[in-house]
Design a protein around this ligand. Structure first.
Ligand code: 4G1
Length: 377
């Protein structure tokens, strides 16, 4: 890829082109960037390149002559790639446009300064205007650098094998999951445990959940076009519900969906004695709807040390310890709770963190709540 940059301030670009990945790509000849100083082509006796705007108004305008002559002198056999003027009037750059540009053999980038470039220069030498975003800049040089950087990383060989250009936000269509590196404990801040475990299926699922959750929170519009699997849609439905629950109920600390998925089994094993498990499983854990019927384990008498109604509430409150876990079977969500909260609508299950005591609100009038102590106690 060859890129010619026309600018009044080539020294603004040079440091960026000499360092890191761009520096290496240019040194390796994978990328050729030529900086052309427009001032070298002025025919003005004071080497001036700008002048007052016709019609009046603030600021100066870059004159057509140095721009057109600089471009003509540096494209002797004509130009076959795209000729781009970096300008706030242009289409806003995005990864799709970057991919288009990366398919060219050659690019030409013109950087404006002051109030911009005489329109006649743009009309005669520019194919397209591109903007890097909606804000005011002092010049187009940062825009040119953004184009160079984003295009360069798509040129084969520019990224090393460790720096893949795929599996990132714009190929998955989602925001990226959080990343961590050593140490696992940095000044008391922990790396999520799932990442330390080496279970790759769990790690993949956790990362996907993080991507979906972050995208839902920060860039929900991306979800309309991102390629999603059925598993993604199931996760998203749960995450959407989680956001509703959390908005309505302050003080909830959500645990990840993986933890929520494992909770019913862990809970079941803690509270239903071995001897009752087979029968209880058949009654309460059949098929995918099982999660809505956790409370049946109580009502069917599979739980020891059982209490119902006001007795259940009293038994739960005795020796009540914070934090405790709140499980919402319908949405399959698990929370850590500190302090008093207003319980969400519907069936929900409370358990202390050690799974020794549990309270179930069935969400059905006349049924429950139910309390039980685990076999361990
Ligand atoms: C009106 C922004 C003017 C700016 C409205 C993104 C900005 C080049 C870009 C300006 C420039 C808004 C860009 C403004 C840019 C002539 C020289 C134009 C500098 C100039 C929103 C100043 N992407 N800005 N005018 O910034 O070149 O590429």
């Amino acid at each position: 890829m060859r890129i010619k940059v026309f600018t009044l301030f080539p020294e603004m670009l040079r440091p960026m082109l000499g360092a890191s990945i761009l520096g290496r790509a240019i040194a390796a000849g994978l990328l050729q960037v030529e900086l052309i100083d427009i001032r070298d082509y002025t025919l003005d006796k004071h080497r001036s390149t700008d002048d007052y705007p016709f019609g009046g108004g603030a600021g100066m305008v870059m004159a057509a002559q140095p721009v057109i002559d600089a471009i003509a002198a540096n494209t002797p056999e004509g130009f076959h790639g795209r000729r781009v003027y970096l300008s706030p009037r242009g289409r806003t750059l995005n990864q799709k446009i970057v991919e288009e540009l990366a398919r060219e053999d050659e690019l030409m980038l013109l950087c404006g300064h002051y109030e911009g470039v005489d329109q006649r220069a743009l009309d005669s030498v520019i194919d397209e205007e591109l903007s890097i975003g909606d804000y005011v800049l002092t010049g187009g040089e940062l825009g040119a650098l953004v184009v160079i950087d984003s295009v360069a990383r798509l040129v084969p060989g520019v990224l090393g094998s460790d720096e893949s250009s795929e599996d990132e936000s714009f190929t998955t269509g989602l925001l990226e999951y959080p990343q961590y590196t050593r140490p696992a404990d940095f000044r008391g801040m922990q790396v999520p445990e799932v990442l330390l475990g080496g279970n790759h299926a769990d790690i993949t699922a956790w990362r996907r959940e993080q991507s979906l959750d972050l995208t839902l929170k920060r860039r929900p519009e991306l979800l309309e076009t991102a390629p999603l699997t059925d598993a993604d849609r199931d996760m998203l439905a749960r995450l959407r519900r989680a956001r509703e629950v959390e908005a309505a109920t302050p003080g909830l600390e959500r645990l990840d969906l993986l933890a929520a998925d494992r909770f019913p089994r862990a809970w079941f094993c803690a509270f239903v004695p071995e001897a009752n498990r087979k029968a209880a499983k058949k009654q309460c854990f059949s098929g995918r709807r099982h999660v809505g019927y956790l409370w049946q384990a109580f009502s069917m008498g599979f739980m020891p040390d059982f209490a119902e109604g006001e007795d259940a509430r009293t038994a739960w409150q005795e020796g009540f310890a914070e934090p405790y876990l709140l499980y919402l079977p319908g949405a399959r969500l698990l929370y850590r709770v500190r302090g008093q909260i207003e319980l969400p609508e519907g069936c929900c299950l409370l358990a202390d963190a050690a799974l020794t005591r549990t309270l179930v609100h069935t969400g059905r009038p006349g049924k429950g709540p139910y309390f039980a102590r685990s076999g361990k106690v």
